[in-house]
Design a protein around this ligand. Structure first.
Ligand code: HEC
Length: 153
């Protein structure tokens, strides 16, 4: 009786250690089909492919975005439409896709080299926006703050 319990326990342990190969292969397949995704130039270049926006706005995100703005962005960006070093932020969420804005914030070097709209801004401002190692999550918070600045509720 005892022996058969030990055998059973061993079998269960072995079964749970079996690697789940099929799942892994499925993941690989999904990856390769994603490569065929159509590239939308108005979304900019970078990791951010799709952003879902919600209303009402997320007040916690807005507060975090505002804090980051004051620390890392305010020196060059005003909240009205006046250009200082970089363009004022008023209206930016109306003329740019959220993905473009977040890629500009998180992948600025590549954007300035390859994205036409970013290059037009560089020609206008004559200063390169520095890469400030902003995470995707922080960029999303800043975007929420920009949406509030543009009068969204
Ligand atoms: C040293 C100045 C400087 C700092 C600091 C800076 N930027 Fe910029 N930013 C610029 C300039 C200049 C441009 C225009 C593109 C260029 O010339 O590089 C720009 C462009 C942008 C744009 C595009 C604006 C538009 O009208 O389409 C966004 C969005 C942006 N910056 C976000 C940020 C965020 C977010 C921060 C803070 C984390 C930040 N920037 C910090 C200088 C700066």
């Amino acid at each position: 009786m005892e022996k058969s319990i030990i055998v059973l326990a061993t079998l269960i342990a072995l079964a749970s250690c079996t690697p789940e190969k099929p799942k892994f292969e499925e993941g690989e397949k999904k990856k390769s089909s994603a490569v065929e995704e159509v590239v939308d130039p108005t979304k900019g270049i970078g990791q951010v492919k799709h952003v879902t926006l919600y209303n009402p706005l997320d007040q916690e995100r807005i507060q975090r975005g505002k804090d980051i703005y004051e620390m890392k962005c305010q020196a060059c960006h005003r909240l009205d439409d006046q250009r200082v070093v970089g363009p004022g932020w008023k209206g930016v969420t109306k003329i740019r896709k959220p993905e473009w804005i977040m890629n500009m914030i998180t992948n600025v070097d590549v954007m300035l080299e390859q994205d036409e709209e970013a290059q037009k801004l560089l020609e206008l401002c004559l200063t390169r926006m520095p890469n400030q190692n902003v995470s995707i999550g922080d960029a999303r918070d800043i975007l929420e703050f920009m949406r509030q600045n543009d009068g969204e509720k």
